[in-house]
Design a protein around this ligand. Structure first.
Ligand code: CIZ
Ligand code: SF4
Length: 319
């Protein structure tokens, strides 16, 4: 704990010296989330992270999350320096959606509106008409469907399928998924629910349809955190990355949080509801990045001017 405190103090000093602010995602390590709040930064979902970085007057944004979050921060704030603790922290959705192949796919459906999830590269966003996060996907697709638009959706097929079932939108899907949410097991969740009949089931819509079908609340990380605070239930079974428990425990210390199962009985899981890329963030790497300037995110200006349009469209819609 002493070494950790020394590291936190160093980061605080470096942030002050460089007029920097720490912006962390709910899935990062609890120490990072707490430090972000202690130092006047924020811990949030990707939509709120983007908004916070844009509204905050800091010169340097330290984005503790995964690469697309740093890229989005840079695209929206070209004049700010954006640092990431580890540039290798990516996302299975981003990795599974190479921009050249995605662009060819879009070319096959020229009469479709291209809507991409925020968990994509700058180049994929540059090809899109709209960017959405999980917190706003439903209302944007509903809006487009009511205007009669046909949607080409990428890359998370589970979130896309969920949105399609609720809106009835005409949609074509890119076949991507999140390695963390894909692991939740429907049969094991049924057994767990039977053991905890009073528990509310909270599910992030990147989960498979068989998990979403068992949910009491389906929503973004922010929505799930609010549910723990506002619902009268004592117990909650939570199907999303475990990193979210840090904030849930802080805001609702008397509630009992239970992990949704990522494996059937006796089996082992792959990611165990812990995003391996989110886990690459650490206090040590944050300090290193601030000390040396390593991990700076750069997006070419030609790409940024295109990618900023669908992101702004989302932020304006959210207002
Ligand atoms: O799974 C993710 O990476 C999420 C939930 C991102 C977000 O929108 O905050
Ligand atoms: Fe990507 Fe899933 Fe990790 Fe989120 S939790 S960054 S969607 S791999």
């Amino acid at each position: 704990p002493e070494a950790k405190n020394a590291l936190k103090d160093e980061i605080k000093t470096l942030l002050k010296e460089q007029n920097g602010v720490l912006v962390a995602h709910y899935y990062t390590d609890g120490d990072i989330q707490d430090l972000a709040e202690e130092t006047g930064g924020c811990v949030a979902d990707s939509l709120e992270m983007a908004r916070f970085g844009t509204e905050h007057p800091a010169d340097t944004l330290v984005v503790a999350g995964v690469k697309f979050m740093g890229e989005t921060a840079k695209i929206l704030n070209n004049e700010k320096r954006v640092l990431m603790p580890d540039l290798a922290a990516t996302c299975s959705l981003d990795e599974g959606c190479p921009s050249d192949i995605f662009s060819d796919f879009c070319d096959q459906y020229p009469d479709h509106t291209v809507v991409v999830y925020a968990n994509t590269s700058a180049a994929v966003k540059a090809r899109a008409d709209w960017v959405v996060t999980s917190g706003i996907a439903l209302s944007i697709i509903d809006h487009l469907a009511k205007k009669g638009e046909k949607i080409l959706w990428g890359p998370d097929r589970h979130l896309g399928g969920y949105v399609q079932r609720l809106t009835g939108a005409e949609m074509i899907f890119w076949p991507g998924s999140c390695v963390v949410h894909e692991e939740f097991k429907a049969a094991a969740l049924e057994l767990l629910r039977a053991k905890h009949p009073e528990a509310a089931i909270l599910v992030h819509p990147e989960s498979p349809a068989s998990i979403v079908a068992q949910a009491d609340v389906i929503g973004s990380t922010t929505a799930l955190i609010k549910a723990v605070q506002s619902m009268p239930n004592k117990e909650f079974i939570v199907a999303t990355d475990m990193g979210i428990f840090n904030k849930m425990r802080q805001l609702a210390p008397d509630k009992v949080l239970i992990e949704a199962p990522t494996a059937g009985e006796g089996a082992t899981c792959h990611s165990c509801a812990n995003c391996p890329w989110m886990g690459m963030n650490s206090l040590e790497k944050i300090a290193h990045s601030l000390r040396t300037g390593a991990g700076e995110i750069l997006v070419s200006p030609e790409l940024a001017v295109k990618a900023v349009l669908p992101i702004r469209r989302m932020l304006d819609f959210a207002k």
